[in-house]
Design a protein around this ligand. Structure first.
Ligand code: ZN
Length: 195
């Protein structure tokens, strides 16, 4: 890989956590602060994420900023000329090329802020997120609250039986659980499956 570099230091920041952990809210908070500082900001999300709006990053509590849906991370390289800050939401749905694209953007001196789910419904590292965390300058894990016991929740437990990985979440599909309650819920549903 050819690493571009400039005098201006770019960087990669990752914001990750479970469903309902406030990832998108934290992404929007950072991007709005960059806008207040008169920096040119662009926001992208995977075209697959069309839960509420075709062209906005919309968080669960409806603070939103306009974004561009893209099919492939490479599109950001063409669309981000003259941009100082790039925000990427729902990054777990992109393929692994996102890791190299983020590094290329950062190499151009761009501040890249990536938000996404760290693990999928099966508790496994999700898409390009683990590799992004490895190369990032800064990683922040944000947490939801376990709906069973009130502890810090790090897992997105899927309530529906659908095995398809890309199920876009809302409260009727997922619940945030802590490690203990997640393991209990998974073993209970496995026992049900065997009965
Ligand atoms: Zn719990």
């Amino acid at each position: 890989m050819f690493l571009e570099y400039t005098k201006k230091a770019g960087s990669i920041e990752v914001i990750c956590g479970s469903m309902f952990s406030g990832k998108t809210e934290e992404l929007i908070r950072r991007l709005k602060r960059a806008q207040f500082a008169n920096q040119k900001v662009e926001i992208y999300k995977p075209a697959v994420d069309i839960r509420y709006s075709e062209d906005s990053v919309v968080s669960h509590d409806f603070h939103s900023i306009p974004s561009t849906p893209i099919d492939t991370p490479a599109s950001m390289l063409l669309l981000s000329a003259d941009v100082e800050v790039v925000g990427i939401d729902e990054a777990q749905f992109f393929d692994d090329t996102l890791v190299e694209v983020a590094q290329t953007l950062a190499g151009r001196g761009i501040r890249v802020i990536v938000a996404g789910l760290d693990t999928d419904f099966a508790g496994k590292p999700f898409g390009p997120m683990p590799a992004l965390m490895a190369v990032a300058e800064d990683v922040q894990k944000v947490h939801a609250i376990c709906v069973k016991c009130g502890s810090i929740a790090n897992n997105s437990h899927r309530l529906s039986g659908d095995d398809q990985l890309v199920v876009l979440g809302e409260k009727d599909t997922y619940e945030p659980l802590c490690r203990h309650c997640y393991n209990k819920a998974v073993s209970e549903s496995e026992q049900k499956g065997q009965a």
